[in-house]
Design a protein around this ligand. Structure first.
Ligand SMILES: *[C@@H]1O[C@H](CO)[C@@H](O)[C@H](O)[C@H]1NC(C)=O
Length: 392
C-alpha cells in the first residue's frame, strides 16, 4: 500500500524544503578555494574567488576565514552584488606582505567598493607597516603607503570585533558611505608611527563608532569634509592625536561637517583631545552642530582646541585666513589633566569668527592648578562650573 501523507505534513515538508533553500545563507570557506593558513602562501586569489561567489549569489552569503595567518596582496572587493547581505566571518589573521613596497602604492590593502550590506565579524588585520614607518622616519623617499581597510561608495556596512595592527597609513577609511556601524574595533600601532589614523570618515552620513579602543601614531578618529550624522561613543584613545574634525578648508569648494556627537571618551597621553582644525585659506566649508560630551583627559597636550590657522610648512596659505565657519560646538562634562598650561584654545578665523561655542562643566588642571584658556575670534558662553575661567 502506498504511504499516505497527511496534507498538513506535506505542507510542512514543502515549506521546510522551499524555505531553507531560499533563505539559508550559503557559506564560502576560503580554505576550499586554496587559501593556506601558513602566513606565506599568497591567498589573494582564493579570497577573490570566495568574494565573486558570495557577491554573485542571489541569496545571503557568508565568507568564512578559519584560524591561521593568510597572506594577502592588495585586494579590491567590488560590487554591486546580487544580494544585500554578505557576512565575512574571520577567525584568523590576514597578513600584508612583509615587503612594504608590494602594496605601498596601492592606496588600500583591502578595499570594498560599491557594496551594500557587507558585515565583517572578528579577525585581525596585520598591515606589517613597521618597515614603511622606518623608511619614512629615516627621511628616505618611500611609497605613500596603503590604508589597511577601506569602504568606498558603499551602504549598510557593519564591522564588529575587528582588530587592525600596524597599518602602513590609515587603519580604517570610510569614504562616500551611508549607514556604517563599527563596534568593538581595536586599533594598535606605535605612538610615533606616521599617518596611522585609526578611523577616518569623509563624505559619509550615518556612521557610528561604538566601544572601541584606538592606540596609534596619528588621529584616533579623523573626520573629513562631507561628514554628517556621525556618532562616536565609548572610545578609548591613546597614544594618538585625539579625535579631530579636519583638516577642513583645504579646498575652496568643500562640503561641510555637521551633526557630530562624540561622547564618553577617554584620552590618555594624547596630543589632542577634541580638536577642530582648518587650513588658513579661503574655503566655503563649515563645521556646525557638534557635541563633545563626557570625557576624561589624562595628561593631554591640548585637551580642547580649535585651530583655524593650520598651514604646515607655511606653504599654500601665508597671509590668508580660514573661510571655514565653525558654529554651535558644545563641550560638556569634560575633566582631567592637561600636559600643557593652555588646556582650552580657540584660535578661530578673523574673517569668520567661531560662534555658538559652549563650555559646560569643564574642569581641566595643569600641574594640580587650574589650567589656562585662550580665545581668538571666538564667541559663545560658559555655563555651570568651568575651570579655568572661560574667555568666551
Ligand atoms: C544627527 O545624527 C544622528 C545620528 O548620529 C541622527 O540620529 C539624528 O537624526 C541627526 N539629527 C539631525 C537633525 O539630522
Amino acid at each position: 500500500m502506498a504511504p499516505v501523507f497527511h496534507p498538513i505534513t506535506l505542507a510542512f515538508l514543502f515549506f521546510f524544503v522551499f524555505h531553507s533553500s531560499l533563505a539559508a545563507p550559503v557559506t564560502y570557506n576560503v580554505a576550499n578555494f586554496g587559501a593556506k593558513p601558513d602566513g606565506k602562501t599568497d591567498s589573494t586569489k582564493a579570497f577573490l574567488t570566495a568574494w565573486s561567489n558570495a557577491c554573485g549569489s542571489t541569496r545571503p552569503a557568508s565568507i568564512y576565514v578559519p584560524r591561521g595567518r593568510f597572506l594577502l596582496r592588495n585586494v579590491v572587493f567590488t560590487g554591486p552584488c546580487k544580494n544585500k547581505a554578505i557576512n565575512i566571518q574571520i577567525d584568523g589573521t590576514l597578513v600584508a606582505p612583509s615587503d612594504y613596497r608590494v602594496i605601498g602604492n596601492a592606496g588600500y590593502w583591502l578595499l570594498f567598493q560599491h557594496v551594500n550590506g557587507v558585515s565583517i565579524r572578528g579577525g585581525n588585520l596585520d598591515g606589517q607597516g613597521t618597515g614603511l614607518w622606518s623608511c619614512k622616519m629615516s627621511g628616505k623617499s618611500c611609497p605613500n603607503g596603503a590604508s589597511t581597510l577601506g569602504f568606498s561608495n558603499s551602504n549598510n556596512i557593519a564591522i564588529t570585533g575587528l582588530t587592525s595592527l600596524n597599518s602602513q597609513i590609515f587603519h580604517i577609511v570610510v569614504n562616500g558611505c551611508q549607514n556604517v556601524k563599527m563596534q568593538g574595533v581595536k586599533v594598535i600601532a606605535a605612538g610615533n608611527s606616521p599617518n596611522t589614523d585609526g578611523i577616518h570618515v569623509q563624505l559619509s552620513s550615518g556612521v557610528t563608532i561604538l566601544n572601541s579602543k584606538i592606540q596609534t601614531g596619528d588621529d584616533c578618529v579623523s573626520i573629513g569634509p562631507g561628514t554628517s550624522n556621525l556618532w562616536i561613543e565609548n572610545v578609548a584613545c591613546g597614544p594618538g592625536h585625539g579625535i579631530s574634525i579636519g583638516s577642513l578648508g583645504k579646498d575652496l569648494q568643500e562640503q561641510g561637517v555637521q551633526n557630530v556627537t562624540v561622547k564618553t571618551v577617554t584620552f590618555a597621553n594624547t596630543q589632542n583631545g577634541f580638536r577642530i582644525k582648518s587650513w588658513g585659506r579661503p574655503s566655503n566649508g563649515f563645521a556646525r552642530n557638534i557635541l563633545f560630551q563626557h570625557a576624561v583627559m589624562v595628561n593631554v597636550q591640548n585637551p580642547i582646541v580649535i585651530d583655524q590657522n593650520y598651514c604646515p610648512g607655511n606653504k599654500g596659505c601665508p597671509g590668508q585666513v580660514s573661510g571655514v565657519k565653525v558654529s554651535n560646538v558644545i563641550y560638556q562634562d569634560i575633566h582631567g589633566t592637561s600636559a600643557t598650561q593652555v588646556a582650552v584654545k580657540f584660535d578661530c578665523s578673523s574673517k569668520f569668527p567661531c560662534s555658538g561655542i559652549r563650555l559646560e562643566n569643564v574642569k581641566l588642571t595643569f600641574k594640580n592648578q587650574p589650567a589656562q584658556v585662550s580665545c581668538n575670534h571666538a564667541g559663545g558662553r560658559a555655563a555651570g562650573l568651568v575651570q579655568p575661567d572661560s574667555c568666551l
